[in-house]
Design a protein around this ligand. Structure first.
Ligand code: 13P
Length: 393
């Protein structure tokens, strides 16, 4: 069960002076390759899903595979929504299984960035989920030539970073100190003094976007100055692309499986190189010892509704599914009725929360209070409920 609290994971990295790789995945090949490399090196790892990539895969279909793979891993894993654009994106990410979310309003004026980020922090912390914000602007697009998206870099300033942290309460900060997303010609010039000053002023794990193209010395310099999470994608996509081109050049007609043969290993090789370079290799057991496991809670209610006929009971359940499933931190709402005649209870709710923190947030949420007091409790006076977590050991 090695899904772990991402805050604990990154605080360990920050304290011990290494960085965890947050590798963006766009297919099951990437998912398998990233975890294969993390297992090989015994490293903590972040499976990252960027909202800008949702045109390449179905986020809702992908997440059950991501979660299953994370749970099956023997190294600590966190699942992160990368570059979420809005509060709704963050709510959806948490509902689908992310236990870390990024809100990226870095292209907005500072006040708007702060307001949007603070709203996401309030919601996500109510779900037990840490938040990454971004201040300053890292131009470019993951997976493309940086020169095709030549926006100006806006550097993060120390004063703004201090104010941003105080007013938003973010757990991690993505800084802009000279990197760009995507493929660059030549190595970027980094403002390391600026990074050191931000690190000294904030003391929280810092994040670097646009990892592709940095030199080994640059990575080391970043990690020495508080960077505990490095986002990385383009080089992985390029490794897979090179493999496909080599397969295609091999002569003869090639179908899909022949063209993609070997891309998992190509991606895993590059992930492994990064993990070793960033100092995360061999840290898995220490993180597993210190990080809280990330575990869902099930809220179960068994009840009778003697004054409702079956149609009215079903209508009440449908309304509950609609209202309750939208509350932040609720992952699913299942309503049911006994398959066989049950002497005690006829109906059931099974509501899955993302984490134990959601028990209180959900209970006090106005939509829950309104539904429970207005629709459910008056007709289900005879009921029993319990919050439980799976016992797997
Ligand atoms: P690269 O694609 O430049 O490695 O950047 C990845 C990234 O920052 C994802 O958020």
């Amino acid at each position: 069960m090695p899904l772990v609290d991402m805050n604990d994971m990154l605080r360990h990295a920050h304290g011990e002076g290494y960085a965890v790789g947050a590798f963006d995945l766009v297919s099951v090949d990437f998912l398998e390759a990233i975890l294969e490399a993390a297992e090989r090196t015994r490293a903590p790892v972040i499976l990252s899903l960027a909202e800008s990539h949702f045109e390449y895969f179905d986020f809702e279909l992908m997440m059950p595979a991501v979660e299953a793979a994370a749970r099956r891993a023997s190294v600590p894993v966190a699942i992160h929504l990368d570059h979420g654009a809005s509060l709704e994106s963050a709510v959806r990410g948490i509902r689908l299984g992310c236990n870390g979310v990024m809100v990226d309003a870095s292209h907005e004026p500072l006040e708007e960035n702060i307001a949007r980020t603070r709203a996401v922090v309030e919601m996500a912390h109510g779900c037990g989920v840490p938040v990454e914000g971004e201040l300053g602007y890292v131009p470019g697009v993951e997976g493309e030539d940086a020169e095709r998206h030549p926006g100006e870099i806006t550097y993060t300033t120390v004063d703004e970073a201090r104010r941003y942290l105080e007013q938003t309460g973010v757990d991690f900060l993505a800084v802009s100190i000279g990197t760009v997303h995507g493929r660059m010609q030549g190595a970027p010039r980094l403002d390391l003094d600026r990074l050191a000053a931000i690190d000294a002023a904030l003391g929280i794990p810092l994040v670097i976007h646009g990892g592709t193209g940095l030199s080994e010395a640059q990575f080391r310099a970043l990690i020495e100055r508080g960077v505990a999470k490095i986002n990385y994608y383009t080089a992985l996509a390029d490794a897979a692309g090179a493999r496909i081109r080599a397969n295609a050049a091999d002569g003869g007609r090639r179908g899909y499986t022949a063209l993609v043969a070997g891309i998992r290993e190509a991606i895993a090789t590059e992930v492994e190189r990064c993990i070793r370079l960033w100092g995360a290799a061999g840290q898995a057991d220490a993180v597993l010892e210190t990080a809280a496991p990330w575990q869902a809670v099930d809220h179960v209610i068994l009840y009778n509704a003697p004054d409702l006929d079956e149609a009215a009971a079903h209508e009440m359940m449908a309304e509950g599914r609609r209202v309750l499933a939208a509350i932040p931190g609720v992952r699913s709402v299942t309503t049911g009725e006994a398959v066989r005649e049950n002497p005690r209870y006829r109906y059931a709710w099974l509501i899955r929360f993302a984490s134990p923190t959601v028990i209180d947030t959900y209970r006090d949420h106005p939509d829950h209070v309104a539904f429970a007091d207005g629709h459910f409790r008056p007709v289900a006076r005879d009921r029993v409920s319990m919050d439980y977590r799976a016992v797997e050991a």
